[in-house]
Design a protein around this ligand. Structure first.
Ligand SMILES: [Fe+2]
Length: 271
């Protein structure tokens, strides 16, 4: 089973560029084209937040239109650029776990259970998992403790060393790590927010962020590095759940890189 994770699409209303520079709609269209070409096709597309740039209903309408060509289900969770009410209204067909408040959700996909946590705080860039959210996570994981499980949330539950992103990181990381440490069936922790792929161990589980199909956050590990983005190659993650229920993650670079070339000709390595 294949799960494509796209993150931080930052869709704006038609004709508008993010930060007056980034064609996020064109970037998402290119991402969708890449997903449509992929063989085998992903079974699910998981969007780990910042679907819209300013959480406007018209931005969600545009995002849904851009995602519409995908034949597989698309599952979304909110990021700090999203607005809970507008997102709930834009995805009435998604099975949200709670009737109001945080946009948590659970999806059973083949052998895997995907538990999506809302880590957002209204009006704030940084995220937070309070006791209520951690209790919900713990209780949800406890319902199927032996099922292979992915936990997904927008804000990564680890520091990245990119100072301006860590400054708007996740409060409650220790509590989160303590909960996930209790469940060995967690095969991956997935996040976004950082607009570039970063990995770390959290509570003994591998946690990772996805690149953005649009703009990336510049890799700047200086302690006072400014908040800047860079138009490095866009991408997404492809999580492959193998028959033995282990998971392997590939990073896909979006774009036309030409045809694949052979290593061998007439049975010998090409010299
Ligand atoms: Fe973002």
């Amino acid at each position: 089973m294949l799960i494509a994770q796209i993150s931080d699409t930052h869709v704006k209303t038609p004709g508008r560029l993010a930060y007056r520079r980034v064609d996020t709609a064109g970037a998402l269209a290119a991402c969708v084209a890449s997903l449509l070409e992929r063989r085998p096709a992903p079974d699910l597309v998981l969007v780990t937040g910042d679907v819209a740039d300013f959480g406007q209903a018209a931005e969600y309408e545009q995002a849904r239109a851009l995602l519409a060509p995908l034949p597989m289900p698309v599952h979304v969770l909110p990021g700090n650029h999203d607005r809970a009410d507008a997102m709930r209204a834009a995805w009435p067909d998604q099975d949200w776990a709670l009737d109001s408040g945080p946009l948590h959700s659970v999806r059973d996909q083949g052998p895997v259970r995907i538990v999506c946590l809302d880590s957002t705080v209204a009006g704030q860039s940084g995220g937070r998992l309070d006791a209520e959210a951690l209790d919900w996570l713990d209780a949800t994981l406890a319902r199927a403790p032996d099922q292979p499980t992915i936990v997904a949330l927008h804000h990564p539950p680890f520091l990245t060393g990119i100072a301006h992103m860590d400054a708007m990181g996740l409060e409650g990381r220790e509590g989160f790590a303590a909960v996930v440490a209790k469940y060995p069936a967690i095969i991956r922790i997935l996040a976004g927010h950082i607009h570039r792929p970063v990995q770390a161990l959290v509570g003994g589980r591998l946690a990772m962020t996805a690149p953005s199909p649009a703009h990336q956050v510049a890799l700047d590990l200086t302690p006072d590095g400014p908040s800047r983005f860079i138009l490095e190659p866009p991408g997404y993650l492809l999580h492959h759940v193998l028959p033995d229920r282990t998971i392997v993650t590939h990073q896909v670079v979006i774009g036309d890189w030409g045809d694949a070339h052979p290593f061998f000709a007439e049975g010998a390595l090409i010299d």
